[in-house]
Write a protein that binds this ligand. Sequence first.
Ligand code: ATP
Length: 351
Amino acid sequence: MAKAKSSKKTVHSIATLGSHCALQVLKGAKDEGFRTLLVCEKRRLDLYRRFPFIDEMLPVDRFDEVVGDRCRRYLEQANSIIVPHGTLIAQMKSQDIEKIATPIFGNKWILRWEADRNLKEKLMNESGLATPRAVASKDKVDKLCIVKLHGAAGGRGYFLAWNRETFEEGARKLIENKSIVSEDDLYIQEYISGVPVYLQYFYSPISGRLELMGIDRRYESDVDGIGRIPAKQQLGSGVEPSYNVVGNIPLVLRESLLDEVYKMGEKFVQAARKLVPPGMPGPFCLEGVYDREGKFTTFEFSARIVAGTNLYIDGSPYSGLIYDEPMSMGRRIAREVKMAVKTGRLEEVIT
Ligand code: ATP
């Protein structure tokens, strides 16, 4: 897909959708001297009115109105760019995101690669990352597997299966509660046991530098709560572990693992540049599991800011090594826009 042509030379305001990490993004934009604009569902206006760093709100009934003429004109007049986040990916189809005429921070074409399971695998393989084995069919389930729904569902509805019967049982429940239409809507993957870790990066085309901005792990219901129930009661309770994200927990890694963390991020940036021009400007996240040997297997990436960065509005143990001021991911994005405008290179950080 060709890159959108834009002659944009400067930016007055930074906009995002009212959800996910909007507060962090707009607080960071304000701290860097931009005006801030929130495209906000009417039902959430009261929440966001509480925050004085939001200069303007554009009320909508649904987020997909952001593709429409009214939003486009409003954002154009405000000389705004949009910072995309998980809600945009979850609520809009890739083709609609690509149609958004307002400039998007980062590479909007790569968001399709995040949403599409096959493209995602292709990019992770090109990056040389170790990934879990995909299991072709329910007949091939012969050890512990995780069964996933397509798209960014925040782990909702995922279940574990270890043979054909347990797969069918889990699938039947999802069909009954209308989460899926048929078993074909499911994707089976080898389960990696260990510690799930989310690596939050920022790649700057302006400085040519990859920054590790923070690390977190998720707190997921019910899988993380299940350990609070003793084994005897667990067996009798019929609790089904699911992976619905409820929050995020900060994490620092053993320092000896960091070299590999940077190398994985750099390989991802190189692969993205090759497969999806203009590559991976801005925030992204590699999501995986460290096993008992300290080997990282990546099960997922996000090609945009992730909600785990909300932990670090005042900076993280890693951003603090690079910046002598509180540097959230939201603020880092705004800083990049500022540097790009100043050096006449805005086109390199927006699509
Ligand atoms: P999002 O798009 O919001 O990141 P998602 O719906 O794509 O979420 P994942 O991040 O892929 O969901 O997975 C949700 C959770 O499932 C993870 O946090 C992790 O706990 C678990 N998980 C996913 N894949 C594996 C795997 N192969 N082995 C072990 N655990 C896994």
